[in-house]
Design a protein around this ligand. Structure first.
Ligand code: GLN
Ligand code: ZN
Length: 758
């Protein structure tokens, strides 16, 4: 029995976000292609050396300039004609697909399974002419070989690639990209032949799509694809990992594929471990056991991981210890954190530390525990310390969540609230408002940076924020909006801001994780019971309300979104954590009410993001997600109007949940889909206030008055006027005043005209 160690992929943006800077400088024409390539090469080289020196047996070649799905599209020639027509060089064609150019929109972006990473959605149709055109995987293999490092090229597998693609415009909506599987597999086969001739021993074809619900037909297509690849006589050994959940009914297709290695996620898919023993087809394969969590930041319980890996020893010819998925989803290196609380830091492992954990488990498995007893002892102490730490438990919080009842998540009947709110707010028909943020000017950003660097005092910072709030309120008065906002100048990010106030959270200095392309986020780390020692937004809302007689809408982030954009604790059900965050938000709502704020918006743009990949797990998720939102809002009095905001309009499976949120007003993105969402909401009996976005904030274009009018009339065709609100699609934070002012002016003017015609 041989035992090995590997990881499924490594971060690529650079420990100090070097790739981000190099990309952005190249895009801004401040540096050349060769300068960009040089930075990328250095990053690849550094990572390879690091992984090799850490003692991994096999090392993935998982670099990407932007996105691994886009990479696969380009490798196999799935470049739509509109990008070819631009006549750009290969690298710029690649970036045109990722980011668009003036004349051509980019590919759509969407979330990579249930992570916060976003991939580019390939457009595939009968016209797509697959052909192996880009040989980057081969080049990167050779580059590593020159350094003396043998890598395993990593590509998105053909089935997952097509399942994640969408039908091209020419093909029409009913076309299924998977119909092109056979043609695409032919090109994968060509690539495998070339890799083989170049001396590649193993290639990794990621098939995470097997961890979501799949039809029998899809599984049959998977079998056919790998039969074809497996049957090639001239090819490297093929390793097919699945991740992000249990393999479930796809196990037999995976295990019986004629490939040499398969990988399973034993963290998100613990249940897979039991079924592996029965998969007899694995007996002549390498089984890559993902026992170190690749997408959360906790130190691994190495004893448990070792136990899991040990039980697999009889099921396969060879067992390799690995991460559950690519380490793309965690920050690089805990050592880069200097201000993190040392005790919290001792509970964590980032990418570099996780590689060491993999090596430790593998060594113990191969040579016995004694070989790494010091490492195991150290890890055990850290895991125990976390488990027993009083900092994880707050008895006040626990007694509050323990005594919650149904009445804590229920408000009065909507009609009762509606009357109370009408009397309190006295709003015109078709009230106008915005989603919360106003453009973040460079002065605002500078003030935040100056506070962080200690170059201005807290009082000075506070005054600058108050000045900005006054300016934004004056502007909204001038524009004639009905429900005003303070503009959110104090927020770097809608989750990070709150996490800095809440007990139970820690934040990092360098814990950057790629979100898409050059965009990185620094998710807070939720380690303990959550409570709210002090109010978080009251000061700003109260100040804003002082500057105007119109109602100011308080602005909070909801519990589900706070969890979705943080690293969450893994020692209790997410539902319990959500309830704690819900209570903290509930306290803030109550303080806002006491400060005279009569409208409070609780944003939940991530409600759909956490939806489990398997349909069978969705009802349970939706129950606690909805309850946590209701917990955060149901303490409000009848006269307090609760708003929520969702950034998308394709609700799919979450549409009933949106009704259950029981918000008085829900604003949603709708401009691009021309208000279609209103019919979807009607179909499920959504009888509440709704603010379908009347203009797209994702583009700098200023909508004309009659354009907004048309959209409003479309909305009025579906929903009675007394339930419609008028607002943009989303927050205005990323826009400039040059476009926001005229756009909002047109929005208000269009509303006035439509009101007259009612
Ligand atoms: N209130 C937030 C804002 O306006 C909402 C952001 C979001 O929807 N993602 O910026
Ligand atoms: Zn939004």
């Amino acid at each position: 029995m041989t035992i090995g160690s590997t990881v499924l992929g490594y971060p690529r943006i650079g420990p100090r976000r070097e790739l981000k800077r190099a990309l952005e400088s190249y895009w801004a024409d401040r540096s050349s292609e060769s300068e960009l390539r040089e930075v990328a090469k250095t990053l690849r080289t550094d990572s390879l050396r690091e992984l090799r020196d850490a003692g991994l047996n096999t090392i993935p070649g998982s670099f990407s300039y932007y996105d691994q799905v886009l990479d696969a599209a380009v490798v196999f020639g799935a470049v739509p004609q509109r990008y070819r027509d631009l006549g750009l060089n290969p690298l710029d064609t690649y970036f045109a697909m990722a980011r668009g150019v003036a004349s051509t929109a980019p590919w759509e972006m969407t979330k990579w399974f249930d992570t916060n990473y976003h991939y580019l959605v390939p457009e595939i149709g009968p016209e797509t002419s697959f052909a192996l055109t880009d040989r980057t995987p081969l080049e990167h293999y050779r580059e590593a070989a020159e350094l003396g490092v043998t890598t395993r090229p990593v590509l998105v597998g053909p089935v997952t690639f097509l399942l994640l693609s969408k039908a091209s415009e020419q093909a029409g909506e009913r076309f299924r990209p998977l119909e092109r599987l056979d043609d695409l597999v032919t090109e994968y086969a060509t690539l495998l032949g070339e890799l083989h001739r170049a001396g590649v021993e193993w290639v990794q074809l990621d098939e995470p799509a097997l961890s979501a619900d799949r039809t029998q037909t899809e599984l049959e297509q998977f079998r056919a694809a790998y039969r074809k690849l497996g049957a090639l006589t001239e090819r490297p050994k093929i390793f097919v990992p699945t991740y992000f959940g249990p393999v479930g009914e796809a196990l037999s297709a995976l295990a019986s594929a004629p490939v040499e290695g398969v990988g399973v996620d034993l963290v998100a898919g613990q249940s897979t471990a039991d079924s592996l023993a029965t998969a007899t087809e694995l007996r002549d394969k390498t089984l890559v056991a993902g026992v170190v969590d690749g997408r959360n930041v906790w130190r691994t319980d190495l004893d448990a991981a070792l136990g899991t890996a040990a039980t697999l020893l009889g099921s396969a010819a060879e067992v390799a210890v690995s991460t559950s998925c690519s380490l793309l989803h965690v920050p690089y290196d805990l050592e880069l954190e200097t201000s993190l609380d040392p005790q919290v830091a001792s509970w964590l492992a980032f990418a570099k530390q996780k590689v060491a954990e993999v090596v430790t488990v593998e060594t113990a498995l191969r040579d016995g525990r004694e070989a790494v007893s010091a490492e195991l002892d150290h890890a055990r102490k850290a895991v125990e310390d976390r488990k027993n730490s009083p900092r994880l438990r707050d008895d006040t919080v626990r007694s509050r969540t323990g005594s919650l009842t149904e009445s804590d998540v229920r408000r009065s009947a909507y009609e009762t609230r509606r009357t109370a709110q009408q009397n309190a707010l006295k709003l015109p028909v078709l009230p106008t408002t915005t989603i919360g943020s106003f453009p973040q000017t460079s002065e605002v950003r500078k003030a935040r940076a100056a506070l962080r660097n200690g170059t201005i005092a807290a009082a000075d910072y506070r005054q600058r924020m108050l000045d900005e709030i006054e300016r934004v309120i004056t502007l909204q008065e001038d524009l004639g909006l009905d429900v005003l906002v303070h503009g959110e100048p104090e927020r770097n990010d809608m989750v990070q801001y709150f996490s800095e106030y809440l007990a139970g959270f820690a934040s990092t200095d360098n814990g950057w994780v790629q979100s898409y392309g050059s965009r990185c986020v620094r998710p807070p780390i939720l380690f303990g019971d959550v409570s709210r020692p002090n109010s978080m937004t009251v000061e700003w809302a109260r100040a804003a309300q002082k500057f105007t007689a119109k109602p100011v809408k308080g602005m909070l982030t909801g519990p589900v979104t706070i969890l979705a954009w943080s690293f969450v604790r893994d020692d209790q059900p997410l539902a319990d954590t959500a309830a704690q965050v819900g209570l903290a938000i509930r306290d803030e709502v109550s303080d806002l009410e006491s400060a005279g704020i009569g409208v409070v918006q609780v944003d939940e743009p991530a409600l759909r993001e956490l939806l489990p990949l398997r349909a069978s797990q969705r009802p349970e998720y939706l129950k606690w997600a909805v309850d946590s939102f209701r917990l955060s809002t149901a303490g409000a009095s009848d006269a307090t109007q609760i708003h929520t905001h969702l950034c998308y309009s394709e609700f799919g499976d979450v549409i009933d949940a949106i009704v259950s949120l029981d918000a008085d007003v829900t604003s949603i993105e709708a401009a691009r889909s021309r208000m279609e969402v209103l019919d979807d909401l009607n179909a499920v009996g959504f009888g509440r206030g709704v603010g379908p976005g009347v203009y797209d904030i994702h583009s700098p274009r200023v909508p004309e008055i009659d354009e907004v009018q048309r959209l409003l009339r479309d909305a009025l065709a579906s929903v009675p006027a007394d339930r419609i609100w008028v607002n943009p699609d989303c927050g205005l934070k990323t826009r400039g005043y040059a476009e926001v002012e005229p756009a909002l002016r047109h929005m208000v003017e269009a509303t006035k005209q439509v009101r007259k015609s009612l």
